[in-house]
Design a protein around this ligand. Structure first.
Ligand code: UDP
Ligand code: MN
Length: 355
């Protein structure tokens, strides 16, 4: 009807007569048309079970099998949600602002749990002082340090108000190989007692990292996992899931949404306890069967997160390191110095004071 009205021939006087009702109708139609055209251009599909790809073909990017590694993702095109409706967190988004405001109204204590055994004790001070600046600034935080070198914390690091530090002594053999089998069990035991009784949320982090920019209450959720910066936006076939069917970490071809990093994950203390305990049992099962997943601990974590999809997914801003494969992010909030060293060529690594 409205379209028909538009096509009516001019009146006898040669002038088009338009009633006010028709004018309102035309405006409405025009608005609808503009809305649909804009929506088609900028909408990001969230229905797909696969991760979203970076837009290709941007200037200055390094091409990495199927996506540009450091292609800039315009704010409007960043996915804000996973296919199962969990928030995908970018610190500078309005969603994050809202989440921070919501959580800041509540009196929440959060634990930050790290393991520092053997030579890794050298990372402790840098990790903690950067966390004092950037991890839940102004929030109530307890650091839990599982270490065999409590002396690395002397003299004590000055903590802000409402911030505490607890040392949980461990007598562990250093070395990634052995610790990668023991780490989840150690974390589970510490969360069971004392962490679970003292805080509501807990985050497990690798100690060889540094906070570079604010990591606020936007990261809080029941079960929180972080996207791997080198695999963000890559096709599912490139994810290094465990493929050996004998392993308890094995993932079928048709499973998996994202590839998560083991550098940072967390959530409600009960949820993180279940995660760490389940992973430690899978690791034990494989150890008894004489198998070991390719990605070690990260493989078991990814297996668990397929069976228990996280309720909050952090963008690679919250786990980033400089490498030829890493995606570019708007803000580098938490940076892995250890993985950065691993990605360097031997010469550069030799000269770097971080490695
Ligand atoms: N770790 C440790 N001592 C070691 C090896 C590892 O305390 O000898 C802890 C430390 O918290 C470290 C984490 O285990 O950050 C994981 O090890 P790493 O960072 O070497 O593993 P990657 O990030 O390369 O997988
Ligand atoms: Mn690490």
């Amino acid at each position: 009807m409205a379209l028909f009205a538009l096509c009516r021939p001019p009146s006898a006087a040669g002038r088009v007569k338009v009633t006010s009702k028709q004018l309102v109708l035309y405006c409405l139609l025009l608005c609808l048309l503009i809305y649909f055209l804009r929506g088609r251009k900028t909408s990001v599909p969230v229905g797909s079970a696969r991760p979203l790809l970076h837009p290709l073909g941007m200037d200055g990017g390094r091409e990495v099998k199927g996506r540009m590694a450091d292609a800039w993702v315009p704010k409007k095109q960043r996915p804000m949600q996973t296919s199962w409706g969990a928030p995908l967190v970018w610190g500078d988004s309005s969603n994050s602002e809202r989440r921070r405001a919501e959580f800041m109204q509540q009196e929440i204590r959060t634990g930050l749990l790290v393991l520092a055994v053997g030579s890794y004790a050298k990372f402790l001070r840098r990790f903690l002082s950067s966390a004092e600046h950037h991890f839940l600034p102004g929030g109530m935080v307890t650091y839990y340090i599982l270490t065999d070198s409590p002396r690395a914390l002397e003299p004590p690091i000055k903590l802000g108000p409402d911030r505490q530090l607890r040392v949980v002594p461990v007598a562990e053999m250093p070395g990634w190989e052995r610790l990668s089998r023991r780490r989840m069990a150690l974390l589970a035991a510490a969360i069971k007692d004392p962490i679970g009784n003292e805080v509501e949320y807990v985050f497990c982090a690798d100690v060889d990292q540094e906070f570079m920019a604010p990591v606020g209450e936007e990261i809080l959720g029941d079960l929180v996992a972080t996207l791997h910066p080198e695999l963000y936006g890559m096709p599912r076939r490139d994810f290094p899931y465990e493929s050996d069917e004998i392993s308890a970490a094995s993932v079928d071809q048709d499973e998996g949404d994202y590839y998560y990093t083991s550098e940072l994950y967390g959530g409600l203390a009960t949820e993180v306890y279940h995660l760490t305990r389940a992973c430690s049992l899978l690791i034990l099962q494989d150890q008894e069967g004489g198998v070991r997943a390719v990605g070690l601990e990260e493989s078991y974590l990814n297996r668990y997160l397929i069976d228990h999809r996280p309720s909050c997914v952090l963008s690679p801003e919250y786990s980033w390191w400089d490498s030829a494969l890493a995606t570019e992010v708007p803000v580098r909030r938490l940076v892995s110095l250890g993985r950065e060293c691993n990605a360097m060529d031997p010469q550069k690594r030799e000269n770097s004071h971080n490695c």
